[in-house]
Design a binder for this molecule. Structure first.
Ligand SMILES: Cc1cc2nc3c(=O)[nH]c(=O)nc-3n(C[C@H](O)[C@H](O)[C@H](O)COP(=O)(O)OP(=O)(O)OC[C@H]3O[C@@H](n4cnc5c(N)ncnc54)[C@H](O)[C@@H]3O)c2cc1C
Length: 422
């Protein structure tokens, strides 16, 4: 994989026939997730399309001139002209393929696809999701000598890696960087011998048959499945959000806060995530306007007090965003005062949204019993309504979603399964 810098841009990108360019950053979990997909596709499409990567932090001016506002961002070029379709954030392998296919003649695409050979593999247990819940289940199953495969659409780590600091995971005297905690969890499980299939597309899941298809050509079968797919950030669903997602609107402070040095940002939300992440963003930004629908934050008292004492932070309580618009290089957020029903605007360099999470169950929702909010119902051994299918961590119906509770769920499911398979 060739790495370029801004000075190579003319020759390597603008003078070439077809190019895909990956703007990546360090300490960016979605960048790490996309890297192996990008490299795998370079092996398939590399004769027809040039695959290049560029370090965004050291090539900021070029990134900004190309409208890159979040990491990772993939840009596609044909004969020096950037294509309108760009990809950013949690990029799926199938999205990249779709874009690459559109740049080549159909016959050539068929030829490239014919090089992929389907395969089938079998395990005792298949775990979907390698966050704290899935990794812990993997560790216990591996130590019980049960043949286990761990599948993730991203790199192993889960949401912990997007948290800048974790201070409430037992065993550490000092707060731990989230990415280190998740890295250690993953290495421990991998070292034990659990098979990892990560940064893959999970294209089909048949919970009844216990079969999953990854990357459209590899079928994985197991006797039992553990669902540990966690949650994803909620989107606001208001005008301008979709268009500006990854282009000034971000859902990951560890990925993007560093690009807002001495800049002004809006943070939407008032729960633990919003308040803790705003505190982190304030290490970079010169001013933060917190927009929250209630009269006070709902985060824990300690985090609230810390943020409210922060001179860079201004609060706009009882306000809700109604839309986003790009004006020049700024984002204009329209907010409504929920008491007076009047609207006003805030102009900032970027917006961070932390308004809660939704369970990642799209691939199997209709087959499982769910609670009113769409979380998977389980019994005390983490069994779901489908025989031999378990669920653990944030994706299940429960009161408290923390690393410790996900780890506990993973432990329980693994021990229950180990006893059954014994
Ligand atoms: C900003 C933020 C700060 C937080 N801070 C703390 C904290 O300080 N302390 C604390 O205890 N908790 C904290 N949490 C909560 C904590 O991160 C979660 O409770 C914990 O990560 C849940 O673990 P999990 O394994 O259930 O899910 P996750 O960590 O969400 O992992 C799920 C995994 O499943 C993968 N996945 C998703 N869909 C699929 C699919 N279809 N197929 C395969 N894989 C899939 C994902 O890529 C991911 O790797 C925080 C959360 C956020 C968002």
């Amino acid at each position: 994989m060739k790495e370029i810098s801004a000075s190579d841009f003319q020759v390597e990108v603008l003078d070439a026939d077809r190019v895909v360019l990956d703007f990546y950053s360090t300490e960016c979990p979605p960048c790490e997730a996309v890297a192996p997909k990008f490299e795998g596709l370079a092996n398939l499409y590399g004769n027809d399309i040039k695959f290049l990567k560029i370090f965004r932090q050291e090539n900021r001016q070029l990134a900004e001139s190309l409208g890159v506002k979040s990491s990772p961002t993939l840009l596609f070029f044909e004969k020096g002209v950037p294509l309108p379709q760009t990809l950013s954030g949690g990029i799926k392998r199938s999205d990249i393929i779709h874009q690459l296919d559109s740049m080549l003649p159909e016959a050539r695409v068929r030829e490239i696809k014919s090089q992929i050979t389907p395969s089938v593999s079998e395990y005792d247990v298949m775990i979907l999701g390698a966050g704290p819940g899935g990794l812990t289940a993997g560790l216990y199953l591996c130590q019980a000598k049960i043949n286990t495969v761990l599948i993730d659409i991203a790199l192993p780590s889960g949401q912990v890696s997007t948290t800048h600091e974790v201070s409430n995971y037992p065993g550490f005297i000092e707060p731990q960087p989230g990415y280190m905690l998740s890295h250690n969890m993953s290495e421990q499980t991998k070292l034990c011998g659990t098979v990892y299939k990560v940064a893959v597309d999970v294209s089909q899941v048949d919970l009844e048959k216990k079969e999953v298809v990854i990357d459209e050509f590899e079928t994985i079968k197991a006797k039992k499945i553990i669902i540990a797919t966690g949650t994803s950030p909620n989107l606001m669903g208001i005008p301008g959000e979709k268009e500006l997602k990854g282009k000034g609107i971000s859902y990951c402070a560890t990925c993007d806060a560093k690009y807002y040095g001495d800049k002004e940002v809006v943070v939407i939300g008032g729960g633990n995530s919003a308040v803790e992440e705003a505190d982190f963003i304030s290490k970079f930004a010169s001013k933060i306007t917190m927009v929250h629908q209630f009269a006070s934050f709902t985060a824990n008292k300690q985090a609230q007090e810390k943020l409210l004492a922060n001179k860079k932070v201004k609060t706009l309580f009882e306000h809700e965003p109604r839309g986003f618009e790009r004006v020049g290089d700024k984002i204009v957020t329209t907010v409504e005062n929920l008491n007076t029903k009047t609207t006003s605007t805030i102009t900032s360099d970027g917006v961070f949204v932390f308004i809660g999470m939704k369970p990642n169950i799209d691939l199997f929702a209709d087959k499982l019993k769910l609670d009113t909010w769409g979380y998977i119902k389980t019994d005390e051994d983490m069994r779901t309504s489908i025989y031999d299918v378990y669920a653990v961590g944030d994706v299940i119906s429960k009161k408290y979603r923390q690393i410790t509770t996900a780890v506990a769920d993973g432990t329980i499911a693994a021990i229950a399964i180990a006893k059954e398979l014994d």
